[in-house]
Design a protein around this ligand. Structure first.
Ligand SMILES: Cc1cc2nc3c(=O)[nH]c(=O)nc-3n(C[C@H](O)[C@H](O)[C@H](O)COP(=O)(O)O)c2cc1C
Length: 192
């Protein structure tokens, strides 16, 4: 696939529209993670960190996410609580969920925003490779991703940050349309 076609055609495919019964082969997931690993980073710190959740392991991640629906110290929502059911129904459709984290900067020359920028590039690599492989992907963040209870569940080191979750699966709905404003509106030219 031509790189411009991949960039233009990549879309966020909603997790609810992914095929829950079609597993993503392990070697394909590995090839996407290898694409992610080619992202650039200041000082070659390679700060992207992923945890791949498949099968039953997804339920523990969803439980950690559900626990963020109540205040710290409060019990998690009850089994039939609509907020829990909504989150479970959404998060358990895709066969694969990958947590996205950035490592703490290893020295003062590397700034946190540089680490986060590199992780975002890694995720874009992964997403483009997923699209080129016929897979749908979706980066979601929201409050749950930034909650210390989720960081603890993921086992993040001090200074590391969870930046969200990447849902991965085969699409079952028509490929979404892309929408963008004109690139010209975001660019200034200074030639003299
Ligand atoms: C860092 C990041 C966080 C995102 N978080 C959410 C989210 O929490 N909820 C959501 O609906 N979409 C989220 N998205 C997906 C965007 O909605 C999506 O990329 C945007 O609508 C453009 O669509 P496209 O990816 O198909 O071009 C996120 C995207 C990025 C890059």
């Amino acid at each position: 696939m031509d790189v411009f076609d991949a960039i233009r055609g990549r879309r966020s495919v909603r997790p609810e529209t992914m095929d829950p019964d079609r597993p993503v082969p392990r070697d394909l997931i590995e090839s996407l993670l290898e694409a992610a690993n080619w992202a650039p980073s200041h000082g070659l710190t390679e700060p992207w960190r992923f945890v791949v959740f498949e099968g039953e392991a997804r339920k523990a991640l969803v439980e950690a996410a559900v626990s963020t629906l109540t205040d710290p110290g409060e019990p998690a929502p009850a089994p039939l609580d609509p907020r829990r059911l909504k989150m479970e129904q959404k998060m358990l459709v895709p066969p694969v969920i990958i947590s996205i984290s950035s490592a703490a900067p290893p020295n003062p020359k590397i700034l946190e925003h540089e680490q986060i920028a590199s992780v975002a590039i890694a995720v874009q690599n992964l997403h483009l490779a997923a699209f080129a492989s016929g897979l749908g992907g979706f980066w979601t963040s929201g409050k749950k991703a930034f909650d210390p209870r989720v960081a603890r569940f993921l086992g993040l080191e001090p200074g590391a940050r969870c930046l969200g979750f990447f849902y991965l699966g085969y699409p079952t709905a028509p490929w979404p349309e892309g929408v963008r404003g004109a690139w010209q509106d975001k660019v200034q030219w200074r030639s003299r």
